[in-house]
Design a protein around this ligand. Structure first.
Ligand code: SAM
Length: 275
């Protein structure tokens, strides 16, 4: 990559960016690897890119080198801003850095929808944002794709099929409105400092319409209740949802004695439509 910028180790040393655990900072310093993540996001030249948590800018540099027409990057750690300003200077007019918390900052006026979202985030923030991105009232959303790094177990939950241990609320929310794929795993050794767990990149393409019709809030509500007590039979875990839940389950093609982990997305949507 010939962007004229120094290696990331030097950037970190010269800007004093020692990783802070409280901000979930595990940096990727291998630009071949960040390039691989950027390429998995798809064609970056025709869409704006939203990056959350650029840190010292490894993934940001890869996104720009891979041809992103515009990157808007939201970073909470102000110590990273001077390093990111150098990236911005190397790619004039193509990188806008927003200083703040991605959970509260409104990025919409900085971007032209639909955007590609790319992020290597602390896992708790990543899951919270993913759920928000998957559950807007209106669909299609402001994004066309999400390319996100997660703890491997979370990545597996996003793409899991019924009957597997990983199948749950995240699987339903992700697969209802998007095409979700596990892209590749990343060894903890690739990060500085290395986290305790293996990571994986997940790629989601927004569907133009949900796979099956259902009201978003109703579906989210029953799925949360059903999986909250995933070992219980649905007639009991969903008792509070409707007085005649057993009849509704049967109409939706679900046995009242079934457990949430065996119920397909299509069946959950059928049940949501009856409620
Ligand atoms: N993208 C860089 C990389 O791949 O090396 C850094 C990844 S590091 C796992 C997560 C980054 O997200 C850190 O730079 C951290 O400061 C930032 N971050 C943590 N919480 C955030 C939040 N709520 N909003 C925005 N950025 C956040």
């Amino acid at each position: 990559m010939s962007d004229g910028l120094p290696p990331l180790r030097e950037v970190i040393a010269s800007h004093g960016l020692s990783a802070r655990k409280s901000l979930g900072q595990n940096f990727l310093l291998d630009l071949n690897l960040t390039g691989r993540i950027a390429r998995r996001a798809g064609d970056l030249s025709a869409r704006d890119v939203l990056e959350i948590g650029p840190g010292p800018g490894g993934l940001t540099r890869a996104l720009l080198a891979e041809g992103a027409r515009k990157v808007v990057a939201v970073e909470r750690d102000e110590r990273c801003l001077p390093a990111l300003a150098e990236v911005s200077n190397a790619y004039p007019g193509r990188l806008e850095v927003l200083s703040g918390d991605a959970l509260t900052l409104d990025t919409t006026r900085h971007l032209t929808a639909p955007v590609r979202v790319v992020a290597n985030l602390p896992y708790n923030v990543g899951t919270e944002l993913l759920v928000r991105w998957l559950t807007p009232a209106e669909w299609p959303p402001f994004w066309s794709s999400l390319t996100l790094m997660f703890q491997k177990e979370v990545a597996e939950r996003i793409v899991a099929a019924p009957g597997s241990k990983a199948y749950g609320r995240l699987s339903i929310l992700a697969q209802w409105r998007s095409d979700a794929k596990l892209a590749f795993e990343i060894s903890s050794k690739a990060f500085t400092p290395p986290p305790k767990v293996t990571s994986a990149v997940v790629h989601l393409d927004a569907l133009s319409a949900p796979r099956f019709p259902a009201d978003q809030k109703t579906l989210s509500d029953i799925v949360a209740k059903a999986f909250n007590q995933r070992r219980k039979m649905l007639r009991s875990s969903l008792r509070s949802v409707s007085a005649d839940i057993e009849d509704k389950l049967l109409i939706a093609g679900i046995q009242p004695t079934d457990r949430a982990e065996t119920v397909s997305l299509e069946q959950f949507c059928a049940l949501a439509r009856l409620l």
